[in-house]
Design a protein around this ligand. Structure first.
Ligand SMILES: NC(=O)c1ccc[n+]([C@@H]2O[C@H](COP(=O)([O-])OP(=O)(O)OC[C@H]3O[C@@H](n4cnc5c(N)ncnc54)[C@H](O)[C@@H]3O)[C@@H](O)[C@H]2O)c1
Ligand SMILES: O=c1ccn([C@@H]2O[C@H](COP(=O)(O)OP(=O)(O)O[C@H]3OC[C@](O)(CO)[C@H]3O)[C@@H](O)[C@H]2O)c(=O)[nH]1
Length: 386
């Protein structure tokens, strides 16, 4: 920890970070990194703390005086401004960010991603505090290429599908496709943060994560989350594998995604935290363009990797097709393809992702098996007995 220097060779001074949404998937990994590798202090704000319990207890942990948990719902708690004032930097991760909610709970989704984020932006701007705001790759929506005929050669041209922070448009579906409530709310809060920078001098960085995955992502339904809940694809497929049931491919599993290992992505966030002069005023894609697969290919890979790490053979019918209406309900729509352009983050922070999809699935599914296999077995035998 001693002698840490930034990318320009200047010594890094310890700072205090107000991290909102610290108890979630990304927050838990960021807290872990900050505690184990830096001298910074974290005021961790969330309604839940289960995913960071190992960092908060026991009080003898070497970083015990550098992390404080504040159980606060930012919708309605007057303590928030005080915490932002106490910190040098605020990182806002709080959000409803599971697609199953976007079309079924659009009001909660819009309030969470836009209205609830407003005071955070305001307090940072009014108090002259730096803000790192978490947006999403979903602000790009669909690619331009998605609107070309299926056999158009232009579909092969990266100009029609690679997503660039400063030039790509944001293409959403119609209003009744409520899937886009999240992307639209995130886009508007990005515009507000950007405008606060332009008009009032707010020092900001906007992060657009492209499908970060790894241990502690979401929940396994019926084990550490609601039985009827629908988490993001990694947890959906993990749940199917743990229960030895077919993985459900929505609308044929043709959509494409690039997945990045959470630990690679956290390296990028740490560079933003410790290099404000290079990160302020920028919007950064954070993803791994080399890890592109269709959802069907992801399902096949996860089935293979899970077999390897669990020692169990795969089931006879590893996947089944399901319509999006059946799986997510009315108003679902999808992003067709998401490849991040890496020019800006590479130029500003010299960052590149490292971990291949196979390797990241191997470590993540090893964690899922170790953490959940026994609990799932017990829950399933209870259901059969009843
Ligand atoms: N994981 C990804 O790949 C990904 C992709 C795109 C965008 N993002 C964005 O990154 C951020 C973090 O995502 P994540 O994957 O860690 O999600 P997550 O759901 O695991 O974490 C969000 C955390 O925010 C907390 N929170 C929500 N509302 C709150 C409130 N009102 N008060 C206090 N705490 C509240 C939740 O309890 C949760 O712990 C989100 O803004 C999300 O939109 C993530
Ligand atoms: O059982 C399942 C679950 C999902 N799918 C399909 O997989 C694709 C990816 O789904 P998911 O990871 O749940 O979410 P998205 O990538 O669509 O959206 C996320 O991206 C970033 C973020 O902003 C936050 O994480 C969020 O909005 C998708 O095509 C599903 O239909 C499946 O086939 N089977």
């Amino acid at each position: 920890m001693a002698g840490r220097v930034d990318l320009d060779g200047n010594p890094i001074k310890p700072i205090t970070i107000c991290m909102i949404g610290a108890g979630g998937f990304i927050g838990s990994h960021l807290c872990e990194k900050l505690m184990s590798e830096t001298p910074h202090k974290v005021l961790a704000v969330d309604v839940y703390s289960d995913k960071i319990k190992h960092l908060l207890e026991p009080a003898t942990l070497p970083w015990a005086d550098r992390i404080q948990f504040h159980r606060i719902n930012i919708k309605n708690d007057s303590r928030l401004e005080g915490l932002i004032k106490m910190a040098d930097l605020t990182i806002n991760l709080a959000a409803i960010c599971t697609p199953a909610d976007y079309n079924t709970r659009p009001l909660d989704t819009i309030y969470s991603n836009f209205i609830d984020a407003l005071p955070v932006v305001k307090y940072c701007s009014e108090n002259g505090k730096r803000l790192i705001h978490f947006s999403t790759c979903e602000v790009y929506g669909k690619t331009i290429g998605a609107f070309l005929p299926k056999d158009s050669p232009l579909r092969q041209d990266p100009a029609y599908y690679v997503l660039k922070e400063d030039t790509s448009p944001c293409i959403f579906g119609s209003i009744e496709k409520q899937r886009w409530s999240y992307a639209c709310a995130k886009q508007l809060i990005e515009r507000l943060v950007y405008a606060e920078g332009a008009e009032n001098g707010l020092e900001f960085t906007i992060v657009r994560p492209f499908n970060w995955i790894g241990p502690r992502m979401d929940f396994i339904p019926g084990i550490d989350g609601p039985s009827e809940g629908v988490p993001r694809v990694l947890a959906c497929f993990s749940n199917n594998l743990l229960r030895r049931e077919p993985l459900k491919l929505v609308d044929g599993g043709e959509s494409q995604r690039t997945f990045i290992y959470i630990k690679d992505a956290i390296e990028a966030v740490l560079l933003m935290i410790e290099n404000p002069a290079r990160a302020n005023g920028h919007i950064f894609n954070v993803g791994n363009p080399n890890n592109e697969v269709t959802v069907r290919q992801l399902a096949e890979m996860m089935t293979q990797v899970y077999s390897k790490v669990s020692g169990e053979s795969s089931i006879e019918t590893p996947t089944i097709d399901v319509s999006s209406k059946e799986f997510y309900g009315e108003g679902y729509d999808d992003s067709d393809k998401r490849i991040p352009d890496m020019t800006i983050i590479n130029r500003q922070l010299g960052w590149n992702p490292k971990t291949s999809l196979w390797d990241l699935l191997e470590s993540t599914l090893t964690y899922q098996h170790r953490t959940y296999a026994e609990a799932v077995k017990q829950a399933m035998s209870k259901t059969t007995a009843n």
